[in-house]
Design a binder for this molecule. Sequence first.
Ligand SMILES: Nc1ncnc2c1ncn2[C@@H]1O[C@H](COP(=O)(O)OP(=O)(O)O)[C@@H](O)[C@H]1O
Ligand SMILES: [Mg+2]
Length: 240
Amino acid sequence: MGKVYLVASGKGGTGKSMFAVNFGATLAKQGKSVVILDMDLGMRNLDLYFGLENNVVYDVHDVLKGVCRIKQALIRDKRFERLYVMAASPSRDDGTLTPLHMQVLCAKLKCAYDYVIIDAPSGIDDGLVLSSAGADACIIVTTPEYSALRDADTLDRALLELGIKERCFVLNKVIAEMMSAGYAPRLRDVTAMLQIPLAGVIQSDENIVISTNLGVPIVLKEGTYIQENFNKITERILAL
Ligand SMILES: Nc1ncnc2c1ncn2[C@@H]1O[C@H](COP(=O)(O)OP(=O)(O)O)[C@@H](O)[C@H]1O
Ligand SMILES: [Mg+2]
């Protein structure tokens, strides 16, 4: 039986999609079967970050509405043995999708794949309720800014209310010099603001922007500190 991880954030632009892509790619490189679902309906990015935008025929909305079968909407990334991406619909949800639809989809995917990673929309509204419906655990991606951290804490409480007990966070876009100069919250301030375990820290690095722009997951570049960092973060998340 597989496991469903939701990747969520309070604020937008913290790096959820980047994280979902590279977490999934790291697991796939380890030989696991992985499905990454883009649930940021109306704001899809995941296909671009994998460079698969020209391969999208059906999307998650089509699957949930019964327009196509699950397999028809899974786009295989040929750079991996078993990694599949399901794109978000280009338009926002029209209100017809229910959490039950999502639960059924996740239950089916869990039977066939080792890991299902859901790239959630930002915030705590209906999009979160829908995308979290079938999740077993959640990874909150935040940046080291007080506003983002407060929103991450609000999200964390919302997730608890939604029944997701297993939660951790990743601190992304860290600039060490800003932290040590006191221009950004330090690590101990960050961990004091959130009640959940820290699964890892990712530095701000322009190579990450380049990789999302080029549609090549950064962990595909062998021997980099980023790849090594993702291995460690993935290990920590799986051990939680
Ligand atoms: N660690 C990082 N260093 C530099 N840029 C990053 C980092 N993480 C993400 N980004 C960039 O920030 C932007 C937003 O990231 P994205 O994953 O799309 O955020 P979200 O899905 O949370 O809205 C993208 O251009 C991405 O390349
Ligand atoms: Mg995103």
